[in-house]
Design a protein around this ligand. Structure first.
Ligand code: NPG
Length: 370
């Protein structure tokens, strides 16, 4: 396959309710989309970077820049582009995994549409539907949190994840556990908001009988996660730290993580995500699919990934209406707490290009092979 052009679209999608984490509050999602035209088929990819570098060092404008000036030229110069070669093709560019992942998704989408194969089949899915969890942001009050959680439970979500930060942790978690009852699947996500001095405090989370605690410490601080894992009954799960197979295996072997959150955007794409899945499966470490408020494009691909055998826990693969009144593709709708894995060629969903135009925050940027 030869890549003829890449168009970068920046769109703004209003969120149905603000989403607050320990690193900030979003009321709309600015999304960078990649539309690839090749001699075989077209493909779409979505970049999960946020509008500012709060979750990771990557952000929308940085990704657009690195795609335009560093990654796109590598694609245009390649005699033959195949998704499985991208790791090597992009190797001259260090890091920038979210930018690489957006292009990888578009290349995979085009390649699979050309061959009539679904993402699920290509990645190795073994299920036709996946169990869904939901991530609940930090609320202004505990009562509002309880109301929001009740809405998701009523909608059928099979697992609740609460965002926590210092000052918003033991009490809201305890109250939600009390409301949900002892058997409901409940976990927490700290998005790096704590330090190792908080270990004694975090030990009290054991009283709420959680599935896991996600990424309490800095992404580069594997050692503090090891200390916490030794001090707490609740399983420790890494998210931000997990950027490659090497880091994942290291973190597992050191005892820093006993469950792994896999986000394709954070690890450089769907094929690297499958490699991390395989490494975890071989070591008996369960994984689950994280979410980054994806539109239907990324959601379709994530649902396919979450259907692989090692994805033993419900992911942050929520229905479209968890975030968006209207999605960029046909919406993903929860059915008994599950989403159906798309089976059509490529992502299996169709991008509503009229919405891409209507929601644009900048004119599209067209890059062409010289
Ligand atoms: O359901 O898509 C979703 C979002 C799940 O909580 C979620 N994502 O830290 O995992 C996270 C968090 C996040 C969202 C991080 C957006 C960065 C950006």
């Amino acid at each position: 396959m030869k890549v003829d052009s890449i168009t970068l679209h920046r769109i703004a999608m209003p969120l149905v309710r603000p989403f607050e984490t320990s690193f900030g509050r979003e009321t709309e999602r600015i999304v960078l989309l990649v539309h690839l035209v090749t001699d075989a088929a077209e493909g779409w990819g979505e970049c999960v970077a946020g509008s500012s570098p709060g979750y990771s060092s990557e952000y929308v404008e940085g990704c657009a820049h690195v795609i335009e000036h560093h990654l796109a030229p590598l694609l245009f110069d390649a005699a033959e582009v195949r998704a499985e070669d991208l790791d090597r093709l992009f190797a001259p560019v260090v890091g920038h995994r979210m930018a690489k992942a957006a292009l990888e998704a578009a290349v995979l989408d085009a390649e699979l549409r050309a061959s009539g194969t679904s993402f699920a089949r290509r990645l190795g899915a073994v299920r036709t539907e996946v169990d869904c969890g939901v991530s609940v942001g930090i609320s202004p009050t505990i009562d509002q949190l309880l109301d929001e959680v009740r809405g998701y439970v009523d909608a059928g979500y099979r697992r609740i994840k609460l965002k926590i930060k210092p000052g918003w942790d033991l009490e809201p978690v305890r109250r939600v556990r009390e409301r949900l009852g002892p058997d409901a699947a409940l976990q927490v996500d700290a998005n790096t908001a704590y330090t190792r001095g908080d270990i004694a405090h975090l030990q009290h989370l054991d009283e709420s009988n959680l599935l896991l605690i996600e990424q309490p410490f800095d992404e580069e601080d594997i050692a503090s996660h090891v200390l916490l894992a030794r001090a707490i009954e609740t399983p420790v799960c890494l998210d931000e730290s997990i950027v490659s197979v090497g880091v994942t295996v290291d973190a597992i072997e050191r005892g820093a993580t006993s469950i792994v959150n896999i986000k394709p955007g954070r690890v450089g794409g769907y094929l690297p995500a499958v490699a991390i899945h395989d490494a975890c499966l071989a070591r008996g470490i369960p994984v689950w699919c994280g979410g980054m408020l994806e539109t239907g494009i990324g959601r379709a691909m994530n649902v396919a990934l979450a259907a692989l055998p090692g994805f033993a826990l419900p992911g942050d693969t929520s229905a479209s209406d968890r975030y968006y009144a209207e999605d960029l593709t046909e919406p993903f709708v929860l059915n008994d707490g599950r989403l159906t894995v798309p089976t059509g060629p490529g992502s299996g969903v169709t991008v509503r290009t009229e919405l891409v135009r209507a929601w644009a925050v900048q004119p599209p940027r067209l890059l062409k092979r010289q």
